[in-house]
Ligand binder design. Sequence first.
Ligand code: SAM
Length: 275
Amino acid sequence: MATLDGLPPLRDVVQKHGLDARKALGQNFLFDLNLTQKIARTAGSLKDTTVIEVGPGPGGLTRAILSMEAKKVIAVERDPRCLPVLQEISNHYPGRLEVIEGDALKTDFETLVTEGPVKIIANLPYNVGTQLLVNWLLPQTWPPFYDSMTLMFQREVGERIVAQAGDDAYGRLGVLAGWRTDAHMAFDVPAQAFSPPPKVTSTVVHLVPKTNPIVCDASQLEKVTLAAFGQRRKMLRQSLKPLGGETLLNKANIDPQRRAETLSIEEFCKLANLL
Ligand code: SAM
């Protein structure tokens, strides 16, 4: 059967290379190139753009990105079984796909890129997705090396990323993402779209770095949010005790009886700046 890009259908590729999905590697593959193109389109124009992809797997999303005129894709994949398949894609798009075998959590993405603009697009492995996002949100310098991130998460994680103060899903992720980016959920992807289907619905989240986020030290903000939401049902004077408790809260003009989920991002930054 013909495909959009002239390469063999993904199901055939996976069968030919014996790529049975491994749960430990968060492998839930997408085979529908219309869907992977829809994900790639969420990132906007890819013309002359370097795209970083984590976990290309058999290459469904990689192929969509390459078919959309990205200048180059740099893909980091942990599973060596995927490398021969990715080599075939690379042969089809000479000079435009660089595959790095390794663990994305240990990869310094900034040093991989020699030419901008850069966009990050990935159907992330669920077991490491949140940590990767936090790493990309918390570099010491800002604006970061990328212009946007278009990432697939479990819907529940997506809700936490875009949550605002007072929302049930509001927590550390909402503060960190809301501090430095404008984030929105673009569209849901039903479990049946994946092979094998995960237990829950997924969602594509698009994040664009803010040019002028509130001035605040990233590691201090991480510290405050970890402490505050680590005991989210407790009053802040209790949960923030190790960081100065009531004295710190009084300095910031924040009622020590409030709970973490009521604090705005500005208030979290104020606390971080006082540490
Ligand atoms: N992009 C493919 C797609 O959309 O069909 C595969 C997505 S699958 C959800 C996640 C991919 O991430 C798998 O190929 C898996 O091997 C890879 N992976 C898992 N942990 C990784 C890590 N720590 N670093 C890099 N890749 C990883």
